[in-house]
Design a protein around this ligand. Structure first.
Ligand SMILES: [Zn+2]
Ligand SMILES: [Zn+2]
Length: 338
């Protein structure tokens, strides 16, 4: 099969490789669409260390290739892949925390992934897609599952105020989910005017440019109290500090952005004084896939407006390049496989 193989840091090449053979509890999927995100860029640049050679790609959808007797899968079924592998046997798996499995792996990082004609995954890790879901949006369902998983952890009641810091793909999804849960107002914060406009089109009640004035405006827009819930999607220490500063007394801080900083200044006294509920979220669980698929199928969460580029998978290298800078008009990049 054809695959985009990462041979070393920054060394990507199209190659012919053996088609993977599914084991007894596995399924062979012909990949039709995949997507890239910051994780792919970090693997490409070596910021996330991996073993070489590696076929990356953890956001993917495709078609089941063979019949699986007595199984729920038929040849030609359209599926989205859950890339979070787990052992099923450890303490965390038995506690239902499969996303935290210490023996776990991510397809496309620790195992060959979706930037290829075919991928093999456990049968438990494919979820059927209804006809109504546009193939150009299907790989982004994996991203939505991480947001759904995160919001499961944070209570949001109708009429509660929610601030989303950062309006990249996950910020846009969090804002849509918060609206779907009845939050009001949902306030989005980002430097980019283009992203603010997009968030408003997708239902955000208020958007604000990032900066010193944003905190004051948020507090004003939430009756002087500060928001009930702040969802931080950038992972930048400064933004986390701002999120702590704006949250109301007794409010909730949902740390969603991946933070790699080893140090930095946070307003720890506010953390104590406000009795903040702080939680974070990592990856997603199988339970998040059916719900995410349903939210997209019913149009509650809109993915298509987030897809700004559709490119052939052979252009993976230039697509990855596009992630290196924050460009107006670039949100989700979807790759098409033929
Ligand atoms: Zn991703
Ligand atoms: Zn486990």
């Amino acid at each position: 099969m054809r695959a985009m193989v990462l041979r070393a840091v920054g060394d990507l090449a199209a190659a012919n490789v053996g088609t993977p053979a599914p084991g007894p509890d596995e399924v062979l999927v012909r990949v039709t669409n995949s997507a890239i995100c910051g994780t792919d860029l970090k693997i490409f640049t070596g910021a996330i260390p991996v073993g070489y050679p590696l076929i990356r790609g953890h956001e993917m959808s495709g078609e089941v290739v063979a019949e699986y007797d007595g199984d729920r899968l038929k040849r030609g079924d359209r599926v989205v892949v859950d890339p979070v592998l787990y052992c099923g046997d450890c303490f965390n798996c038995r506690a239902g925390q499969t996303n935290l499995c210490p023996n776990g792996a991510l397809v496309g990082r620790d195992a060959n992934g979706g930037f290829a004609d075919y991928v093999v995954v456990p049968r438990t890790h494919v979820f059927r897609l209804p006809e109504t879901i546009d193939p150009r949006t299907a790989p982004a369902i994996q991203v939505l599952t991480t947001c759904v998983h995160a919001q499961r952890r944070a209570p949001i009641f109708p009429a509660q105020s929610v601030v989303v810091v950062g309006l990249g793909v996950t910020g846009q999804l969090h804002a849509q989910l918060a609206k779907a849960r009845g939050a009001y107002p949902v306030i989005g914060i980002t430097r980019s005017a283009w992203k603010r406009k997009l968030a408003e089109e997708l239902g955000a009640d208020i958007t604000l440019p990032a900066g010193a004035d944003a905190i004051r405006c948020v507090i004003e827009a939430t009756g002087g109290r500060g928001p009930d819930v702040v969802i931080e999607t950038t992972g930048v220490v400064r933004s986390i500090a701002d999120a702590m500063t704006m949250a109301r007394l007794g409010g909730t801080l949902l740390l969603f952005g991946i933070t790699t900083a080893a140090e930095g200044a946070l307003p720890f006294y506010q953390f104590y004084f406000k009795e903040l509920n702080v939680m974070n979220a990592r990856a997603a669980k199988g339970e998040d896939f059916p719900d995410s698929i349903d939210l997209v199928a019913r149009g509650v969460v809109k993915l298509l407006p987030l897809v700004t580029h559709v490119m052939p998978v052979s252009e993976l290298a230039p697509a990855i390049d596009m992630l290196k800078t924050d460009i107006d008009g670039r949100m989700k990049i979807i790759l098409e496989h033929r």
